[in-house]
Design a protein around this ligand. Structure first.
Ligand SMILES: Cc1cc2nc3c(=O)[nH]c(=O)nc-3n(C[C@H](O)[C@H](O)[C@H](O)COP(=O)(O)O)c2cc1C
Length: 334
């Protein structure tokens, strides 16, 4: 066995050089300060103990395949002690036809679960004085709170998209005044600029999910759905899919905020994270309490049998425990 290993080492030497180095500013790899993880690291977020500091970012619901995907994701939350945002619950505002897709509390009885609504629907409910509906749906699903997604570019790029005319900041404040539930605010894949992030952090939100540029991008996706998208004709709207902010930029801005002014210091770092190590780098880089979030990467495994998702998350868990021990925040280096 040992001889085979020695031969493998010689044979594989030249094909085993890294192409890019995975490191981010202000996080260091410190190999002499720890041994391999002996005890599990635990993480705390939204009042819960997380085994992996991972959030299942809002995805699907309102389509036939969604029930199985959501069931798998919810089971994973319970097994691996994660938290989850449901996909847009908009269809539940109209009828209970797709209730089963979202009714996942039974699969994750002890974990944080949040409903999800778009800012356009919320603005309409505010105008009609019907915000109570949001609370009613959230409570009937036994969820802990609600997520509001802010997606002006997606709505605009979508043929059947909605418009809203009030600044989301104004609408969010109204929700916080009138709905007694924890609220998370997120983008859908193009992130937030520095002023938006600062203004959000001054509000008493449960958390802010960055949903940054670099992963799933709904402005591009909605353009691809349009008839004639493959005609080769360029639509000027497509350029709007290329604006937004990456996670790295947003972490820098958040680290510069005056924490004495921040009423919300819980963050879900997400948008383009496909590698748990990257998620852990970002987690170490941000000064505030946080977990990292994944959407599309988890979807790949959640579409099949639960066992595939569970096997993947076991690997993620292993990576997280290693990263927690060997990656050190810059400011701890003196
Ligand atoms: C299939 C799919 C459906 C999504 N649906 C929603 C949604 O209903 N509400 C929402 O807030 N975000 C939705 N998102 C956006 C994700 O929550 C996330 O912000 C975005 O995909 C970026 O993360 P990623 O790069 O890890 O995929 C969806 C993403 C995917 C892949």
């Amino acid at each position: 066995m040992s001889e085979k290993r020695k031969n493998d080492h010689i044979d594989l030497t030249f094909s085993s050089r890294p192409k890019e180095q995975l490191l981010v500013d202000n996080v260091y790899y410190e190999p002499i300060l720890s041994g391999h993880p002996k005890h599990r690291s635990r993480f705390s977020f939204l009042g819960h103990d997380f085994a992996i500091p991972l959030w299942v970012s809002s995805m699907t619901g309102g389509a036939k395949r969604a029930a199985n995907i959501n069931k798998n994701l919810a089971k994973a939350c319970e097994e691996f002690k994660l938290g989850m945002g449901l996909g847009s619950c908009r269809s539940l505002l109209e009828s209970d036809q797709r209730w089963e897709d979202f009714d996942v509390r039974k699969f994750m009885p002890t974990r944080p679960l949040y409903t999800n609504f778009g800012i356009a629907q919320i603005e309409q409910l505010v105008q009609e004085n019907k915000l109570a509906k949001i609370k009613e749906i959230t409570e009937r699903l036994n969820a802990d709170g609600l997520i509001i997604h802010i997606n002006p570019l997606q709505e605009w790029a979508q043929a059947e998209g909605d418009r809203y005319y009030e600044a989301p900041l104004v609408t969010i404040k109204k929700v916080l005044d009138r709905v007694s539930l924890p609220v998370i605010i997120k983008e859908v894949g193009q992130g937030f600029g520095p002023q938006s992030l600062a203004q959000l952090s001054y509000l008493p939100l449960a958390a802010i999910e960055l949903a940054g540029y670099g992963g799933t991008n709904f402005t591009l996706l909605e353009q691809a759905r349009l008839s004639g998208a493959n005609s080769g004709k360029y639509s000027p709207k497509q350029s709007f899919g290329h604006i937004g902010h990456r996670v790295e930029e947003m972490i820098n801005w958040l680290n510069q905020l005056d924490s004495s002014k921040m009423q919300c210091q819980n963050f879900i770092i997400s948008g383009g994270i496909v590698d748990p190590l990257k998620g852990m780098f970002y987690k170490k880089q941000l000064k505030h309490n946080c977990v990292f979030g994944m959407a599309s990467e988890l979807l790949k495994y959640a579409m099949d049998d639960y066992e595939k998702l569970s096997a993947y998350l076991k690997e993620v868990d292993d990576c997280v425990q290693m990263a927690e021990v060997f990656l050190v925040k810059g400011d701890q280096n003196g």
